[in-house]
Design a protein around this ligand. Structure first.
Ligand SMILES: [Zn+2]
Length: 286
């Protein structure tokens, strides 16, 4: 899933490549992906791309006359920039992974795609991005919030720190992969309870959040959209690395599985060398 660093890099790429270009048309292949109907997709024709921004994990393409194409890429969505399209024919609804296509006046443009059968990519054409429900509910940006604000947000929600850190209403931008990395960098168990974290642990967690996300943004800047996924993978220390040695302490990275997700962590760095029980067990002993 694209998280803060990837969405930031995609916005940066669009700023370099698309700002100043006029939109020829917006084609919608996956009808269910476009969540708004007024203004209609035709309203973007002839508008100039003014900017590309990020709100948490939402990408916001700003067109002139205050029109925003806001996109949440969800778990398997991505943006592919095309220097050209093989055909001028409009996309046919329901075919292939492309959900939306934006064609620009120089023949280039971008596709918003979604792999797999579970379709949850969501796009909104709005005059004000804060009218998008997911954007309106976002907490402060994970890379912008200061230490006091961070501690206050984390303590406002009692629960396992992994879940609280990825709750977009608490903090915007962190998902499953970077939360594994942040907790590893902060040497905290993903199951640590937020209301039991000390001031010092919260300060360490805040610093780790800034460092992990900041480094990932740094690495991704200037990368083409197609290279971002490989760049993300290469920077990970525990996420998606179960069974491999921790690059910090050499212990074996372990995994806890849930019904539709999993987390990875290093016992040596994060849980005093003890492997975590699965979720149901840990709930019983909590
Ligand atoms: Zn380790």
């Amino acid at each position: 899933m694209p998280e803060l660093p990837e969405v930031e890099a995609l916005a940066g790429y669009l700023r370099q490549r698309a700002v100043g270009r006029r939109v020829d048309r917006l084609e919608v292949a996956a009808i269910s992906a476009l969540k708004t109907y007024d203004p209609p997709p035709g309203a973007v024709a002839g508008k100039t791309v003014c900017d590309a921004r990020r709100h948490g994990k939402f990408l916001d393409v700003l067109l002139d006359d205050d029109l925003h194409l806001v996109v949440h890429l969800a778990r398997a969505g991505w943006l592919h920039y095309r220097e050209g399209f093989p055909s001028a024919a409009p996309l046919r609804p329901g075919k292939g992974p492309v959900a939306l296509r934006v064609r620009l006046d120089d023949g280039s443009g971008f596709d918003l795609t979604e792999a797999g059968t579970q379709k949850s990519l969501a796009a909104y054409l709005v005059a004000d991005p804060t009218t998008v429900p997911g954007v309106a509910r976002l907490g402060p940006d994970a890379l912008a919030v200061d230490q006091a604000g961070f501690a206050e947000r984390l303590r406002s929600r009692r629960g396992q720190v992994k879940g609280v850190l990825t709750d977009q209403q608490v903090l915007a931008g962190v998902g499953n992969a970077y939360s594994d990395e942040i907790l590893h960098a902060a040497k905290l168990s993903p199951f640590a309870l937020t209301d039991r974290l000390t001031d010092e642990q919260l300060a360490t967690l805040h610093a780790a959040t800034r460092r992990v996300l900041g480094d990932a943004v740094e690495r991704s800047l200037g990368q083409r959209a197609a290279e971002l996924k490989a760049e993300k993978r290469s920077g990970l220390r525990v996420h998606a690395r179960a069974g491999l040695p921790c690059p910090v302490c050499g212990d074996t990275v372990r995994e806890v599985s849930f019904s539709d997700s999993s987390l990875q962590y290093c016992p040596g760095c994060q849980t005093g060398g003890k492997p975590l029980a699965d979720r149901r067990l840990s709930r019983l002993v909590r």
